[in-house]
Design a protein around this ligand. Structure first.
Ligand code: SF4
Length: 294
């Protein structure tokens, strides 16, 4: 049986914090697949694998892995899997990997919208504890421009829905998403959005143009110009200045795409993070050496 498992060789992506998790590709692609900056699953038809296929893959990994502490369900939004089927997958993971302490997945706005609170509760009770949500921005204008498919209010409500059910939420935003255009409205709206939703984890990435994305096509035509590193840092600073929270948020802007590594907890490290950005912005050496900040 094991030898008959044909593992999918489709490209797989995962959040950086899932580097040591077992990545279980229960779907291929992304059911939305329309965000203008994203090329991850371009040309990959969205598909939910059959239960038989998924169980065979779980068995395959059990036979080759001694200890699995964490499982990440891929690809782009595995929460979209119909609830009954998802619960069966989760029960099987629990049975086959009893040592597993955490199951997580990406959740698109659509997948959160389609599921009722009761369904989400059941999914949580059966093992998924952490949802990764790519919000990208808190601005209506930007969300529309990048084809996220939701307004800021709708997106915020969906994150609050996930939190209400008890999921931990890890939400990412993209600085520089407007290129060389004025970032201020986007930064202020994003800071306020974070303040409203208070996700458990907030990650800020810097835009990296991906070949095959719609945004890349705009860039080729000269309709989009990338923001300079200094402007991106100023944007992140303005986002931070507009975050006003009482509960603890783990804040990270230390992804490979970022120009400056920032790490801290809100609200306690807010001022320190601003000071770190100010210090970097004031360093003439960074400019002289023509580092990426220029
Ligand atoms: S950013 Fe996420 S939701 Fe948007 S197309 Fe890419 S994988 Fe899908």
């Amino acid at each position: 049986m094991i030898n008959k498992v044909k593992l999918s060789l489709q490209p797989t992506f995962r959040p950086p914090s899932e580097a040591f998790s077992l990545i279980l590709q229960v779907t291929n692609g992304c059911s939305h697949n329309r965000c203008s900056f994203c090329s991850m699953y371009k040309g990959v038809p969205f598909k939910i694998k059959s239960l038989e296929e998924i169980k065979a893959e779980i068995d395959y990994f059990r036979n080759r892995t001694r200890y699995v502490e964490r499982v990440f369900l891929a690809d782009g939004d595995a929460l979209i899997i119909p609830t009954e089927k998802l619960i069966e997958i989760l029960k099987y993971i629990k049975k086959v990997f009893p040592e597993c302490k955490r199951v997580s997945t990406y959740a698109s706005p659509k997948s959160l919208e389609l599921k009722s609170e009761e369904e989400l509760k059941e999914i949580k009770n059966n093992g998924i504890s952490l949802l990764y949500i790519g919000a990208e921005s808190g601005s209506d204008e930007v969300l529309k421009k990048i084809n996220k498919g939701v307004t800021s209010k709708e997106l915020g409500d969906l994150i609050l829905k996930a939190k209400k059910v008890g999921f931990k939420t890890s939400v990412t935003f993209i600085a520089g998403i407007l290129g060389d255009k004025d970032f201020r409205e986007n930064a202020v709206a994003t800071g306020k959005f974070i303040s409203r939703c208070e996700p458990d984890y907030v990650g800020i990435l810097s835009l990296m143009l991906e070949e095959n994305s719609d945004l890349y096509q705009e860039w080729l035509k000269g309709e989009f110009k990338e923001a300079k590193g200094i402007e991106i840092l100023k944007e992140i600073k303005l986002i931070i200045e507009n975050i006003d929270v009482t509960s603890n948020i783990v804040f990270r802007a230390n992804h490979a795409s970022n120009y400056l590594n920032l790490k801290g907890d809100f609200p306690k490290d807010k001022e320190r993070l601003i000071q770190e950005i100010d210090f970097a912005l004031s360093r003439q050496t960074l400019k002289d050496k023509n580092y990426r900040l220029l």
